[in-house]
Design a protein around this ligand. Structure first.
Ligand SMILES: [Zn+2]
Length: 144
């Protein structure tokens, strides 16, 4: 739950500030990783060395995590990455579960989350790899 919610926060933050789109994520026992694609003009400008501190600051601000059910019509009115995700859902799905972390992230998601960002304990960014000119892979680890 902590890893999953943390991935929401990181991808939401990078979307809001740098228009990054999360393309895949994976959660293992001891770490998690997230792949994002950026526009080539922006990727060079992003202060990745400060990312860990920026995310920690955001988590400490105590943002609530909400879920709500929207009709597909309502969900399709939304802007941003959420639209892409909803377009990929089966057409037979009429109700869509939305997860919102205050103004940080809003996604269609069926996963389990913590209730507040302060429940995510200390973490570190283990490494950030280039995956081609427009993609980065971010590997994170929760610390005890
Ligand atoms: Zn989720």
């Amino acid at each position: 739950m902590q890893y999953h919610t943390l991935l929401h926060v990181i991808s939401g933050y990078l979307y809001q500030h740098y228009n990054a789109l999360a393309t895949s994520s994976q959660i293992e026992k001891e770490h998690a990783r997230l792949e994002l694609s950026f526009s080539p003009e922006i990727i060079q400008e992003i202060p990745f060395v400060q990312l860990e501190q920026s995310i920690k600051k955001l988590l400490a601000q105590s943002h609530s995590v909400y879920t709500k059910i929207l009709s597909r019509d309502e969900a399709e009115q939304k802007e941003g990455t959420i639209k892409t995700v909803i377009n990929l859902l089966p057409a037979s799905l009429n109700e869509i579960r939305i997860v919102q972390i205050n103004d940080i992230d809003e996604q269609a998601c069926g996963g389990t989350h913590v209730n507040n960002t302060t429940e995510i304990k200390n973490f570190s960014i283990m490494k950030i790899q280039n995956k081609g000119p427009m993609k980065k892979r971010i590997k994170i680890q929760l610390l005890d």
